[in-house]
Design a protein around this ligand. Sequence first.
Ligand code: EPU
Length: 421
Amino acid sequence: MARYEIKGGNPLQGTVTISGAKNAAVAILPAALLVKGKCRIENVPDISDVRILLSILEGLGATVEHPCDNVIVLDCSGISSTQPEAALVKKMRASYYLMGSLLGRFGKCHVALPGGCSFATRPIDQHIKGFKALGALVEETEEYVELAAGKNGLQGNRVCLDMASVGATANIMMAAVLLPGQTFIENAAKEPHIVDLANFLNTMGAQVTGAGTDTIKIKGVEQLQGGTYAIIPDQIEAGTYMAAVTAAGGDVLVKNVIPKHMDCITSKLEEMGAEVINYDDAIRVRSTGKLHSTTVKTRPYPGFPTDMQAQICVCMALAEGISHLTESVYETRFFGYCTELESMGAKIEINGKTATVTGRNHLKGSTVCARDLRAGAALVIAGLSAEGITRVENIHFVERGYENLIEKLTALGATIRRIDD
Ligand code: EPU
C-alpha cells in the first residue's frame, strides 16, 4: 500500500497554486448529464474522485476529451443508460449526484448507494424527500436507489430541507432544472460549490436564482445547451495549505483563491497568531513563530467548515494553551485522526461533540493511518510540523481530494515522498 514519508521541521516558503474545487467538480461533472451538447469544463482538479466520475460517465455513454491539463470536454448527448456501474459508484460519495442528474434528464435511474469517506453515518433522506416532492417514486434498498416518475410525471415544487444539506441542495437543483414549473429549495445550503453549480447550470441555459441564500428558485427550462465553464478554486485545499504554514511555520503565497470564501478560516488562523494578507485572488500567510489557543465550532458556510476541522486541530495541538474544537456537522469526525495525532504527542480529550486540545510545543514523527480525506490532510500537516519522520498510510483517501500534493509541498521546501510498496 502506498504511503507518504515526511521529514518534518522545514518551514514552508514560496508559492502554491490552488486547484479547482473538488466538491464543485464532483457536482458539475454529473450535472453535465443534463446538457445536450459539449461542455468545456476548465480548472477541473486531477484527483481520483474526478477520474472515477469520468469513468462512470463514459460507462453511461458520454464522450470525454482532455484537450489539456485540467480541462475536460464532456458530451453527454448520446447517453441512454440510466444505471451507472455500481462498482464505480460505490467508490465515492458524490456519486449520489447521478441520482438528481439522471432523474432530471431521463425521469428515472437506478443508482447504487455511494461509498467514499465513512467518518459518520451519512443519510440521504433529504435528497429522497426532494425527489419525492418533485413527483418521483422511490425504491430504496440497502444496495441501491431506484427513481421513476410517478403517474403525474415530474414537476417543480417547494422543498423545505430539514437541514441545509449540501448534497440534497445540489441534487434537487439538478433534478429540477429541466422540469416544468418552478422549484423552491428552502433552507438550502449556501456553500461556494452550491453557487458554482448554479452558475454552471445557468451558463448552460438553466434559470436558477438565489444560490448562496437560504432559498433557491429554479424555473424549469426545456433544454440545456453546451458551453464553457471554469470551476472555482478549492476553499478547503487553500485552507489546508494555510493551516500547514500556520502549524509548520514559513511564509507562503497561496494563489488562485477567492479570499471571501476563506474569511472564516483566515480569521481563526489570525486569532491563532498567523499573519494573513488578502490580495484579489491570492492570500499570503506568514507564521509569526507563536501559536495561541482558540475556540472553533464547525458550521455550514459561511461558518468554519467541518472539512477544516482536522487541519485546525493540528494547529491547536501546537498552540500555547487549551483550545476547544466543537463539531456540529459530523459528530464522529474526530475519530478519524485524533488517536493518530495523540501517537505523535498531541493531547486531545474528546467529550461528545467537543475536543479539548492542550497545546504542546512540538509533535514527534510516527507511523499514522489516514481514515478519511481531511484526516489524512491533517496527518500530513502534523508530519510537516513534527520532529523526525512521519509515515502516513492509507493515502488513497488523501489522493481523492488533493491534486499534486507531493509536488506542491516539495516546491514549498517540504521533505515528503510517496512510497509504493
Ligand atoms: N444529512 C442528513 N440527511 C441527508 C443529508 C445530510 O441527515 O439527506 C446530514 C448529514 O448527516 C450531516 C449534515 O446533514 O450531518 C450535512 O450533510 P451534507 O449533506 O451537507 O453533506 P454532504 O453533501 O454529504 C458535503 C461535502 C463534504 C462536506 C459536507 C459538509 C461533497 C461531495 N461533500 O457532503 O465534503 O463535509 O458537505 O460541508 O460536497 C470532504 O470534502 O472531505 C467532504 C466530506
